[in-house]
Design a protein around this ligand. Structure first.
Ligand code: ADP
Ligand code: MG
Length: 538
């Protein structure tokens, strides 16, 4: 936790961090927290999604705000989901602090929100529209505001909130600090910043760039089958030299022990081992006396090993940055490597998120089959025998003749092989691996194009450009995948390939407009048009 206290986080506020499994600050946290905590200056931070921006400002507020009943911080975010997410994240970081945080968004009863606000809160997190609503009604006031934070500013811009934000800015007191977080920096955001912000620092990171020498794959798997799957992967790769990442020290110990029981040459590496033990373990691994190192993220940090064949995520890492960091340990120095991630049904959405953020391809593959492993072993032994034929075996000829006289050559050779290698070919060594339950259906086949209905149109200020920006900001769909964008007053249509359609529908699954999905598959275009026009007319 020292890496956090170095940035200025006090000791007591690091306990929740270790409970959450944060072992070190992300890059954007490392660069912004010292500014947020130690300089009385505004900040613009640009970093990709998934890099831990919430904790950067969340921890600052926890350090700085007073536990009274005065509202000192306002955070604006574009959607209800993000508002709730930010509240959850800050709540999980605040530990014993009694700061109160409330979410304010459209769709929730305004009276209920009013009651909560009246009780006295320290931090309000809300969508711009509903916040403005409360400001206009006088149920929220910003006189004592010390921190004004805009999260996902570019998305708020895409969603047409810019005027609301400007209005809110005008209602904030002169003396306050402004932090603006955004994944991209469109011109209008820069202008907004110049107009409304004081002296500010600009921090930009380019984290998630993965090395393309690493082949990235993942297996969908049930929790109970992970160990079996790992054994198959090691067995099908005779030159396996890999690092297996687990979440906790206990998991590391348990897994390394199970591997040793099954005769793999494996060792654990984590922070509870003495310095001496860790050094010895690393030394043995570097010399390849052991070829399977099981480790936590922290323990593997300074590891300088170039020729790993595999990095295995025994469970899905907590965020894309950790994912990138882990797999960056293979495919180094011009060598190729493979990263494999085990994904259980409860990790599906976390994995989707990682896939979307990490710009390189992560392919889903099936696990190695038992027969493939056995065939591979057979080939190896055959190769060894062929190799042996190049040498002088004459001292065994007499015995061989004797044996060949006993039965047919097939029978004799078979019995010798079985005697020598039989134990390696027992299928009982391997357990069956269950099919994954709770598998998400692919809605559309990868190649077919799909027409989607988007409940946003010209009257909301949408243009073709804005439709593309709006959808790609959330789903990561590249612009070139959009086709036939058609804009109407209250809605639009787009066409995208099946794979992108799946991704878009998944990303917008919880985003609704008056309880109707904001994006859905266009059923029959004409019916939809009728429906919406009728609804308008009512
Ligand atoms: P962003 O706002 O940049 O998109 P979030 O703040 O939503 O990213 O964080 C993404 C995920 O990373 C969250 O699950 C969060 O708990 C986690 N996270 C944040 N900081 C760290 C850290 N230092 N170590 C590990 N995980 C972290
Ligand atoms: Mg965020």
């Amino acid at each position: 936790m020292e890496s956090f206290t170095k940035l200025g986080i006090s000791e007591k506020n690091t306990y929740p961090l270790s409970r959450k499994g944060f072992t070190k600050p992300t890059e954007i946290q490392e660069l912004t927290i010292p500014i947020l905590l130690n300089k009385e200056i505004d900040l613009i931070a640009q970093a990709q999604t998934g890099t831990g921006k919430t904790a950067a400002f969340g921890l600052t507020l926890i350090e700085r705000l007073e536990e009274n009943n005065i509202m000192q911080a306002l955070i604006l975010a574009p959607t209800r989901e993000l508002v709730v997410q930010i509240c959850d994240e800050i709540n999980s970081l605040k530990g014993s602090s009694r700061l109160s945080i409330i979410p304010i968004y459209g769709g929730q009863s305004i009276d209920l929100q009013f009651k909560k606000l009246k009780k006295g809160v320290n931090i309000v997190v809300g969508t711009p529209g509903r916040i403005l609503d409360h400001l206009n009604r006088g149920t929220l006031e910003l006189n004592n505001l010390k921190y004004f934070i805009l999260d996902e500013a570019d998305e708020m811009l895409n969603m047409g909130f810019i005027e609301d934000i400007e209005t809110i800015f005008k209602l904030t007191p002169e003396k306050k600090r402004v932090f603006l977080f955004s994944a991209t920096m469109p011109h209008r955001i820069q202008k907004l910043a110049e107009h409304y912000m004081g002296d500010y620092e600009f921090i930009k990171t380019n984290t998630t760039i993965t090395t393309n020498l690493t082949t990235q794959i993942y297996h969908e798997i049930m929790e109970d089958d992970k160990f079996e799957a790992l054994c198959r992967i090691i067995d099908i790769n005779p030159d396996f030299y890999g690092l297996i990442f687990c979440q906790t020290k206990i998991e590391v110990d348990q897994l390394a022990n199970k591997l040793i029981e099954r005769s793999y040459s494996s060792e654990p590496l984590h922070g509870d081992l003495s310095q001496y033990q860790r050094e010895r373990t690393l030394e043995k691994f570097k010399k390849k006396y052991t070829n399977v190192l099981v480790a936590t993220d922290v323990a593997a940090r300074g590891l300088d090993i170039n020729d790993l064949t595999h990095v295995i995520n025994y469970s899905v890492p907590q965020n894309p940055e950790i994912y990138v960091h882990r797999i960056g340990r293979t495919g180094r120095a011009g060598k190729t490597g493979t990263s494999i991630t085990f994904v259980t049904p409860s990790d599906f959405s976390k994995m989707d998120f990682i896939k979307r953020i990490v710009k390189s391809e992560i392919k889903r593959e099936d696990l190695p089959q038992i027969d493939d492993i056995l065939n591979l072993k057979k080939d190896k032994i055959t190769d060894n025998i062929k190799e042996r034929l190049n040498y002088d075996n004459s001292d065994f000829h007499e015995w061989a003749k004797e044996l060949l006289g006993i039965d047919t050559p097939e029978e004799v050779v078979a019995s010798i092989l079985k005697n020598a290698y039989g134990k390696f070919f027992d299928k009982k060594n391997y357990k069956e691996i269950k099919a994954v339950k709770g598998k998400r259906e692919r809605v559309y086949s990868e190649d077919n194009k799909v027409r989607l209905f988007v409940a946003k149109g010209k009257l909301e200020g949408m243009t073709k450009r804005k439709i593309i920006d709006f959808i790609s900001a959330k789903s990561g769909t590249p612009e070139r995948k959009f086709e036939q964008i058609q804009l109407f007053d209250n809605f639009s249509f787009i066409t995208v390939p099946g794979k992108e359609a799946d991704m878009i529908l998944h990303s917008f699954k919880n985003i609704k407009n008056n309880s109707k999905p904001i994006i859905e598959k266009a059923k029959a275009a004409t019916k939809k048009v009728d429906f919406y026009e009728k609804k308008k007319a009512v």
